[in-house]
Design a protein around this ligand. Structure first.
Ligand code: FES
Length: 152
């Protein structure tokens, strides 16, 4: 049956009632109205649903909400500080790192982890790290430029 859980999302404790099989992605989007995190494939293949848990990226479509209690979850809604964009958000704008924008929240969170975990020191390394985040529009060169700019 459903259980009450508390998720820490973007610095706030959020109480919600979920069935055990509800994914973190569905909990964020449908229960907490945090629709910045996108659902693409729902099977761990596209990266659109990428969020940070304890600073590490995960595909939220593959994670169960009930398993994330007590962990700090960051979604795209939590990256900016007040009116000030996160440096990676600013870099995506500067380098035109998106077209339709659907994959962008996942791209940006993956990119944040890429830099914070030290995988952005060369183009090849950053490209490899970002390869799980698909972009149908083909904005890859601009995305890479944004990642490398922040890492520089
Ligand atoms: Fe999770 Fe595609 S929606 S990887």
């Amino acid at each position: 049956g459903a259980t009450d859980i508390t998720l820490r999302v973007n610095g706030q404790a959020r109480l919600l009632r979920v069935e055990p099989r509800v994914t973190l992605l569905d909990a964020l989007r449908e229960r907490l109205d945090l629709t910045g995190t996108k659902k693409g494939c729902d099977q761990g293949q596209c990266g659109a649903c990428t969020v940070l848990v304890e600073g590490q990226r995960i595909n939220s479509c593959l994670a169960l909400a009930v398993m994330q209690q007590g962990k700090e979850i960051t979604t795209i809604e939590g990256l900016a500080t007040g009116d000030e964009l996160h440096p990676m958000q600013a870099a995506f704008i500067k380098h035109d790192g998106f077209q339709c924008g659907y994959c962008t929240p996942g791209q940006i969170l993956s990119a944040v982890a890429c830099v914070s975990e030290g995988h952005a020191t060369t183009d090849d390394q950053a490209r490899e790290w970002m390869s799980g985040n698909l972009c149908r529009c083909g904005a890859y060169p601009n995305i890479l430029a944004a990642v490398r700019d922040v890492a520089a």
